[in-house]
Design a protein around this ligand. Structure first.
Ligand code: 3PY
Ligand code: MG
Length: 261
């Protein structure tokens, strides 16, 4: 693999129809994201919305993930579209934007993700150029295809506007947040994979397939991710880094006969 593939691998593999599995990192430690890639994940989401990643640690995290030969994805805070540009400047392969409500939101997000004429991203790929190994002009020409913009579908309004969101030029796919979507669809109950979300998932997968774009989903376990990949979600994450660590600790402590809480 060349360093060029580090960013390119995500869109190349997804466009080739592969299903990928992502770590989801909330602890905010760049080397932990690298470790999870070395454990076998295809990519890692560095979470700036609910996780502890700052601009600084996310930039370092992208480099750590690249060191392990993989593309990194960043979830920016709600409305943090300017941060999306910074993460692409740092070499992120994709950015996930939470709590998108409409095609207008998606257009505003894309403006910060893509260079003109598609968007209005400002020039300054300080880490992306050295990480990809591309000359600045070659990077500029390829950047809009290399970097994926993935608005989240996790509100009632976004679900209703799904087709319009998918039709926004520069939207490469959508990422579903089942927890927020469950709260929205049940009128205030947290039931991430309850019947309301389950029904919505099949609808979302079908619409994304029709649009020939990418569908992603936050999953809790490997088995669930595998089942969801079969249902059309090509990019599935599995739990969080904290949950994986806690689960491994509990399993070992059970082995020695010591219980946790
Ligand atoms: C959700 O389930 O709402 C998410 O945003 C995934 O973390
Ligand atoms: Mg959410």
């Amino acid at each position: 693999m060349t360093i060029d593939d580090v960013t390119g691998a995500l869109q190349q593999r997804l466009r080739a129809g592969e299903s990928l599995c992502s770590a989801w990192c909330v602890i905010g430690e760049p080397s932990l994201a690298e470790l999870l890639i070395r454990s076998g994940f295809d990519t890692a989401v560095l979470d700036m919305q609910h996780g502890a990643f700052s601009v600084d640690t996310a930039i370092r995290g992208i480099a750590h993930v690249a060191l392990a030969g993989a593309p990194a994805i960043v979830r920016v805070p709600v409305g943090g579209f300017a941060t999306a540009s910074r993460m692409f400047d740092a070499g992120a392969a994709a950015v996930i934007a939470p709590m998108i409500e409409s095609a207008a939101d998606a257009r505003a997000f894309v403006a910060f993700c893509k260079y003109p004429p598609m968007g209005a991203r400002s020039w300054g790929p300080q880490r992306a150029v050295p990480l990809t190994g591309l000359a600045p002009t070659a990077y500029f020409e390829r950047a809009n295809a290399l970097h994926l913009a993935l608005p989240m579908i996790e509100t009632k309004a976004a679900l209703a506007a799904l087709d319009e969101i998918l039709a926004v030029p520069g939207v490469d796919g959508v990422f579903v947040g089942p927890a927020d979507l469950s709260v929205a669809l049940t009128g205030g109950r947290l039931d991430p994979f309850g019947p309301e979300v389950e029904r919505a998932l099949d609808h979302i997968a079908a619409r994304v397939k029709q649009a020939n774009k990418v569908a992603g989903l936050f999953c809790n376990t490997g088995a669930q991710a595998r089942a969801m990949q079969a249902r059309g979600f090509a990019l599935c994450s599995i739990a969080t880094d904290g949950q994986l660590m806690s689960g491994a600790a509990r399993a070992e402590l059970q082995g020695i006969g010591s219980g946790g809480t």
